[in-house]
Ligand binder design. Sequence first.
Ligand SMILES: Cc1cc2nc3c(=O)[nH]c(=O)nc-3n(C[C@H](O)[C@H](O)[C@H](O)COP(=O)(O)OP(=O)(O)OC[C@H]3O[C@@H](n4cnc5c(N)ncnc54)[C@H](O)[C@@H]3O)c2cc1C
Length: 218
Amino acid sequence: MAKTYSVFAKENPERGQEGISAFAVPANTPGFTTGKIDHKMGNRASPTSEVIFEDVRIPARYRLGEGFDGFKIAMMTLNESRAGVGASAVGVARAALEAASAYAKERIQFGRPISELQAIQFMLADMIMKIDAALFLCWKAAWLYDNVQHNTQESAIAKCFAANIGIEVTTDAVQILGGYGYMNEYLVEKYMRDAKLHQIWEGTNQIQRIVIARQHLG
Ligand SMILES: Cc1cc2nc3c(=O)[nH]c(=O)nc-3n(C[C@H](O)[C@H](O)[C@H](O)COP(=O)(O)OP(=O)(O)OC[C@H]3O[C@@H](n4cnc5c(N)ncnc54)[C@H](O)[C@@H]3O)c2cc1C
């Protein structure tokens, strides 16, 4: 779908991560093609496929940065984008909370709406607390980035925490809808599938923990 691709390539494989350069490659470059669209568990509104390079030659002006600084560019990009991925997880969690709350007020069991049951109220309260905490972590990471301050640890914390609460909150939303929660007639099962991706991309949550610990230990 994209007109331009951000490509990180080993310009000098012997130099390891110091040999990576970043390039902006237009999709109409000869030799550049994309593979089939992958069938995914969720996040299907955003198509994903492999990208194929066959004898692709590009002019030097497509290079981003100075050259051999691709790893640094990637890390700087992640400092920004991880707060955004966290915010996306918060958004999915919020949508699930809204859907579960509306359903709980409508669903009558044993003569009263299930929203009047303390078990359901406590689940909703936990969902609200988690969403609020994740939101503030994302805002903190984004604020630091906007104010040109170091935010490597904060963006990893925001992404990791928000992705985890995304899974917890959407799973609870499915639970609140009971049997309907498991049906694709309602959106909460989609939210649960969409939430999972946040624990994986932009660096898995295991990698975020490595980043957080390394930043802490110095
Ligand atoms: C829908 C989708 C879209 C994507 N879009 C893009 C994109 O646009 N651009 C892009 O560059 N990438 C993209 N990715 C790739 C994504 O960033 C990677 O899949 C992700 O970073 C995990 O890497 P991996 O799949 O190689 O997993 P692996 O590195 O093979 O990890 C497998 C498992 O091992 C664990 N693991 C690996 N190393 C360690 C370690 N050192 N310590 C502890 N645990 C470890 C991981 O946490 C994971 O649980 C996309 C992925 C998906 C699913």
